[in-house]
Design a protein around this ligand. Structure first.
Ligand SMILES: NC(=O)c1ccc[n+]([C@@H]2O[C@H](COP(=O)([O-])OP(=O)(O)OC[C@H]3O[C@@H](n4cnc5c(N)ncnc54)[C@H](O)[C@@H]3O)[C@@H](O)[C@H]2O)c1
Length: 353
């Protein structure tokens, strides 16, 4: 990884968010020069200010819907790699602001790809979508990359639509048959439910649990029976890096979609994860308020990861319990006032070793 990314220019959109802050820290640790493009941090506390900010060579605060600013940032920086993470990423929020969700997730993705067309150099891009891009028939099957796209809620539909936009740009403008003219390789990455230290987003299981535990309140669980592919944030991020590395070595191969999820044994219900979290934390009480008139959220989500295993030789490293332990350790250290950049780098080292 160091050979691929050291001294390379990497643009990360969404660098002020949870995954973007980990990504920036990981890439800088590998020796890359990172420029970020995103809105200002939206949570309080926020991981960007805690660890990510000092890791960026430059942080551009901009909207992915502003194609001129985005294009100017890309042309000015001349990145070797782009990781597009900026998005409205919350299912429940997508019911409140569907138009913004479609605008940011679909047009934002199109804008990144369109801006890349102006770049007259080699560039590898990994566009981050989600496990929720597949038409979910709630049968419990593990979705493969070849399964049809769909989307019940606006978030899932917007990410499925983004996949179609990515494929259209790949066929129309970044076709492998004309690689020598455009010099671009573009893939998409679909990860499962990600956990890790420093996420304070609303309506996500671990942040909700940590907020309640730190406040000494009961931990309220919405959909205890919902099944999700849980994984530590470093799992998909190293998958994205590995995919980009493979594309930089073989720019004509790998320009496709890839799933990154846990092994089937680490697919667990929300209730199981919540119980495990309280067991690790050592205190707390779960409550299950009756859910009336709540927006629909998928009941069953599983990902087939055979393609990433076979083609990229990527495999998950941490089981669900280990992922949760590392996550809760991170929050404990944060609330104890530790140096969180050093702590995060220690977790990255432990993962990579
Ligand atoms: N966290 C998960 O469990 C998970 C799972 C699968 C996929 N993903 C995907 O990973 C990516 C990162 O998710 P996250 O969990 O870090 O979310 P996050 O909310 O922590 O971060 C989102 C980032 O996108 C930026 N952003 C939002 N709207 C923007 C706009 N209009 N213009 C520019 N930047 C904008 C924010 O400023 C922030 O930097 C998203 O694409 C999300 O859909 C996340």
């Amino acid at each position: 990884m160091k050979e691929t990314f050291a001294h390379k220019k990497v643009l990360v959109t969404g660098h002020t968010g949870f995954k973007g802050s980990w990504m920036t820290t990981l890439l800088t640790h590998l020796g890359a020069e990172v420029v970020g493009y995103a809105l200002s941090p939206a949570t309080s506390p926020d991981l960007h200010s805690i660890i990510g900010e000092k890791q960026c060579a430059k942080s551009v605060i901009g909207d992915v819907r502003d194609i001129e600013k985005l294009r100017a940032t890309i042309l000015d920086f001349q990145p070797d790699f782009i990781f597009h993470l900026a998005a409205q990423p919350i299912v429940r929020t997508s019911y409140a602001i569907p138009i913004d969700t479609f605008d940011i997730n679909v047009m934002g993705t199109a804008n990144v790809l369109e801006a890349m067309r102006s770049l007259e150099k080699r560039c590898v891009a990994v566009m981050i979508t989600t496990d929720k891009v597949y038409q979910n028939n709630e049968t419990g099957q593990a979705y493969k990359e070849t399964d049809p796209f769909g989307g019940y809620d606006p978030y899932s539909a917007s990410k499925a639509a983004a996949e179609i936009v990515i494929d259209s740009y790949r066929n129309s403008f970044f076709n492998v048959a004309n690689y020598s003219q455009h010099l671009k390789s573009v893939a998409s990455a679909r990860a499962g439910n990600v956990i890790g230290g420093g996420d304070w987003a609303a309506d996500r299981l671990v942040p909700d649990i940590v907020r309640a535990l730190v406040a000494g309140s009961d931990v309220s669980i919405r959909n205890p029976k919902a099944v999700r592919p849980w994984q530590h944030v470093l799992e998909p991020l190293t998958g994205y890096l590995l995919l980009a590395k493979k594309m930089s070595e073989n720019p004509l191969d790998y320009n496709e979609g890839y799933n990154f999820g846990p092994y089937p044994a680490d697919v667990a219900t929300v209730g199981e994860m919540a119980e495990m979290a309280l067991d690790i934390w050592g205190t707390g009480k779960l409550v299950f308020p009756e859910q009336v008139n709540q927006p629909h959220e998928a009941g069953l989500l599983r990902l087939d990861i055979e393609k990433a295993e076979k083609c990229l030789h990527w495999t998950p490293r941490w089981k669900a319990r280990k992922a949760l332990e590392m996550t809760l350790k991170w929050y404990r250290a944060y609330y104890a006032g530790d140096d969180m950049l050093a702590f995060t780098l220690k977790q990255i080292e432990e993962y990579l070793s």
